[in-house]
Design a protein around this ligand. Structure first.
Ligand code: LLP
Length: 421
């Protein structure tokens, strides 16, 4: 459920007509609903209660500082994968003890940043990283709390570019080698081994792969404890999928996911962390665009929008589907026709949808891409020198621009011409 509904014939974000935002901000823009973000965060905290837990929002899915502040103020932790994301979490007022640091390629500089600024734990992904972290922590006279990310060799049955839990993927250490790596970690200075981390992929639409992975983590917890490690925290990653179409998809609910966690690892007495991104932010955001032209082609009609692959790359990158709806509500039995929905970028890959049935639309009409809150704005670029797409947050009848569209002067001033040229 989200808070983007038609009222009086026009699409609203909570109590704000989308057309009002478009009139003020111009298109394209992203708009997020505070009520939806809040609701989705609470679904997870409720699903995990009464287990001791922390829901760490995966910042990579939507990293605007205003959104992070909203979630942080509700008590959320943050899952970061770079020094930049760490800085965003801190700028949003989230204390270090609620920030977990994931990622396969943490640099020594990023380790220093987190160790001096405060960190809940590092999720270590390899032995070289473990040794580097030990060196950095020891040089600072600090202790780094860690989990080690294990790769459980489970097929997440999702898009190949976002599956992470098979042994051929670059993530984590093979679960079969865990005893050896934990033993080394326990010997290293500056390292405090506190738990286990796992994340098998994103946009999972079944619970079974989670179940397989979490059962392996439960076994590993018992084994590592018997080997003398004080395993007291389990980070179970993110990855729960969302419906991208209104009709035919019903991915598992957070309540079912919570029940699965309780069933598989709930009796171990560990504190549970999860790192959901998409389920919190995905259906909390729209990308709004205007029709520039309707072009009649050979056997097909093109709807040419002012949004493009640089603003929302998921369709071109993963072949992802996003529902596209007109901002003005069509009459109930309005006829539809198939359109190829495209952007102005100069490559054929700049196609959002092929033969998508839509009601009649004309120049200047507004359309909205649904489920665009996650991996939308964060993956945007200025390809074709198109200004980075702005972001808007709505709460009730308030809205605010939370990232301005850059001016062309700002864009051009980022480049410098060397004096010797
Ligand atoms: N934790 C870790 C270690 C991750 O790598 C990810 C996502 C998450 C948590 C959050 O997963 P979520 O709950 O959002 O599924 N750009 C792609 C998705 C990439 C996901 C990368 N890792 C897309 O647009 O579908």
């Amino acid at each position: 459920m989200d808070h983007f509904l038609y009222r009086n014939g026009t699409l609203h974000a909570e109590d704000v007509p989308i057309a009002d935002i478009a009139a003020q901000v111009g298109t394209p823009f992203y708009v997020y609903s505070a009520a939806t973000l809040t609701r989705h965060y609470h679904l997870f905290t409720e699903a995990l209660s009464p287990l001791p837990h922390l829901v760490c929002f995966a910042i990579k899915s939507l990293s605007n500082v205003a959104v992070l502040k909203l979630l942080g103020d509700l008590g959320a932790g943050m899952d970061v994968v770079s020094g930049g994301e760490y800085r965003r979490a801190r700028a949003a007022g989230v204390p270090g003890e609620r920030i977990v640091f994931s990622g396969v390629g943490k640099t020594r500089e990023e380790m220093r940043l987190a160790l001096t600024g405060g960190i809940r734990q590092f999720n270590v992904e390899s032995e070289p990283e473990l040794r580097a972290l030990s060196e950095v922590a020891a040089s600072l006279g600090a202790t780094a709390p860690i989990t080690i990310r294990v790769n459980p060799d489970v097929d997440a049955r999702t898009h190949e570019k976002i599956a992470t839990g098979k042994k051929e993927n670059k993530f984590g250490i093979p679960i079969d080698r865990a005893s050896e790596v934990y033993a080394e970690a326990a010997r290293l200075p500056g390292i405090d081994v506190i738990g286990i981390d796992v994340h098998i992929g994103s946009q999972l639409t079944e619970l079974e792969p989670f179940e397989q992975a979490y059962l392996k983590v439960a076994d590993l917890t018992r084994r590592l404890r018997s080997e003398g490690h004080d395993i007291r925290r389990l980070d179970l990653g993110g990855g729960l999928g969302i419906p991208y179409t209104r009709s035919n998809e019903a991915p598992p609910l957070p309540t079912d996911y919570g029940a699965l966690i309780k069933r598989t690892v709930g009796d171990l007495g560990c504190e549970i962390e999860i790192e959901p991104g998409r389920l919190i932010s995905g259906n909390a955001g729209l990308l709004v665009a205007s029709v520039i032209y309707v072009k009649n082609g050979e056997g097909r009609d093109f709807l040419i929008l002012d949004a493009a692959m640089n603003d929302l790359v998921r369709p071109s990158m993963y072949g992802a589907h996003h529902d596209i709806v007109p901002v003005t509500e069509p009459p109930p039995a309005a006829p539809t026709q198939p359109f190829d929905v495209v952007g102005p970028v100069c490559e054929t890959g700049d196609t959002f949808a092929k033969a998508r049935d839509l009601p009649a639309l004309g120049e200047g009409d507004l359309v909205a891409f649904r489920s665009a809150g996650a991996y939308g704005a964060v993956m945007a670029s200025e390809y074709n020198s198109r200004p980075l797409v702005p972001e808007v947050l709505v709460k009730g009848d308030h809205f605010a621009v939370i990232r301005e569209r850059p001016t062309f002067d700002e864009i051009l001033n980022r480049d410098t011409i060397p004096t010797w040229l």
